[in-house]
Design a protein around this ligand. Structure first.
Ligand code: PLP
Length: 430
């Protein structure tokens, strides 16, 4: 592997400053080769590291950068806003403007509230669901990630136990017991859980397009069934669209599947690269949020004007008439190129994709549940990741992470990246 001396030295220093040298765990490159890249600059589809090497970026800051790096419109909006101050702790006109833009273009957002991260959005939506229904249990799915919210860092218990066990130290067992966990793509299990606990379940929370543990695409009929069973039991359905909102379409997974939840959570793309999250839903439910209703929720830097300006500038670009069709077509062509190479060469892998989100899946059959992923195959990803870094292509540093294509990835850049990836795959499986 090519040495990255400056990143390596910075990482050594970082390890004295931060646990594991990072401020978010997967950045530490624990499951791939080498020290993490320290990035000093981004430019359209590229990132440039401290060793002055350039990479075609498919991590996109983990999803937010649907317009690529340093988009001129977003940059200008930030600069114009920051000139007037960075934070006032008051309502601002900019907050109204982005709020109105979302309300008028997302058919199911009647009201929303801005927060500063996806985790905060989910935490608040879960509290709202509990406050609104007066119930305490939450049903989630194995293989979905909802940020580092206490009651959702929970996986299925062993055997037939329905109650979850926490996946992190520091979460009381009593919290984990309020969370029920089901496998994805298994309606029988959901029915069984509802038969037993239906009247206690405040909300079902799901990534309608699960994209944090591979890309575990679900059938429309499955989401429709979740909608029906939650309605029947007076349970709220929460779509965690932190990663898919404004990504697969302006109205995210709802536009794709036609299934409408009671509450949405947003993050990533909504902030144009700045820290923004939001939770949203019908006026009827949102009026339970303080100060109008009894569900407390607040934030010193919520709806920060600089972040609002960035988010608004980004969302305006996404509303251009052909933005999503063009992006999705480019992404499809890119993925087809790799997939057809893999199938001609008989490589044991395939690509799962929706819109501009893709996942390099090892093995040949479609994967829809977390337990269908063979962890052994991650050795192939590790080898691939190292080869790609040397050739100037950056994927998120884990085989469980999806890749993102942005509006800034020109056809020619994608052609180049696809060729590099195909050659690297040949080498991995040689
Ligand atoms: C990224 C993500 C989160 C957490 O968002 P943060 O901004 O990292 O707190 C929650 N849910 C989903 C679906 C996500 O993809």
């Amino acid at each position: 592997m090519i040495e990255r001396k400056r990143s390596a030295a910075l990482f050594d220093e970082a390890k004295t400053l931060f646990p594991g040298g990072v401020n978010s765990p997967v950045r530490a490159f624990r499951s791939v080769h080498g020290p993490p890249l320290f990035i000093k600059r981004g430019e359209g589809p590229y990132i440039i590291d401290e060793d002055d090497r350039r990479y075609i970026d498919f991590c996109a800051s983990w999803g937010p950068l649907i317009l690529g790096h340093d988009h001129p419109h977003i940059r200008e909006a930030i600069i114009q806003t920051v000139r007037k101050g960075t934070s006032f702790g008051t309502p601002t006109r900019l907050g109204n403007e982005i709020g109105a833009l979302i309300q008028s273009h997302h058919p199911h957002v009647e009201q929303l509230r801005f927060v500063s991260s996806g985790t905060e959005a989910v935490m608040s939506a879960v509290r709202l669901a509990r406050g609104y229904t007066g119930r305490s249990k939450i049903l989630k799915f194995e293989g979905c990630y909802h940020g580092h919210v206490d009651s959702l860092l929970v996986k299925a218990g062993s055997g037939l136990a329905t109650f979850g066990v926490s996946t992190s130290a520091g979460i009381p067992t009593s919290f984990a017991r309020e969370t029920l966990v089901a496998p994805l793509a298994d309606l029988a299990e959901v029915s069984r859980i509802f038969a037993e606990h239906g009247t206690d379940i405040a909300a079902v929370i799901i990534e309608p397009i699960p994209a944090n543990n591979g890309l575990l695409l679900q059938h429309r009929s499955y989401l429709q069934a979740l909608r029906a069973i939650t309605k029947e039991h007076g349970t709220l359905l929460i779509f965690d669209e932190v990663i898919t909102g404004f990504r697969t379409a302006f109205a995210g997974a709802t536009a794709l599947y036609g299934v409408v939840p009671d509450l949405f959570t947003f993050g990533k793309v909504i902030g144009g690269g700045m820290p923004v999250g939001a939770f949203a839903g019908s006026r009827e439910i949102m009026k339970s949020v303080s100060p109008e209703g009894p569900v407390y929720q607040a934030g010193t830097l919520s709806a920060n004007p600089v972040a609002m300006a960035a988010g608004k500038a980004a969302l305006e670009q996404l509303l251009a008439p052909n933005f999503y069709p063009d992006l999705n077509r480019k992404a499809a062509r890119f993925c087809e190129k790799i997939a057809s190479h893999a199938s001609h060469a008989g490589l044991p892998m395939h690509i799962q994709r929706v819109g501009s989100i893709f996942w390099l899946a090892f093995g040949s059959s479609r994967i829809a549940r977390a337990d269908q992923i063979d962890g052994e195959n991650m050795k192939y990803f590790k080898a691939l990741h190292g080869l790609l870094l040397d050739k100037g292509v950056y994927l998120g540093p884990s085989g469980y992470e999806v890749g993102f294509i942005s509006g800034a990835h020109e056809e020619s850049v994608l052609e180049e990246a696809a060729s590099i990836i195909c050659a690297a795959l040949d080498q991995v499986f040689a």
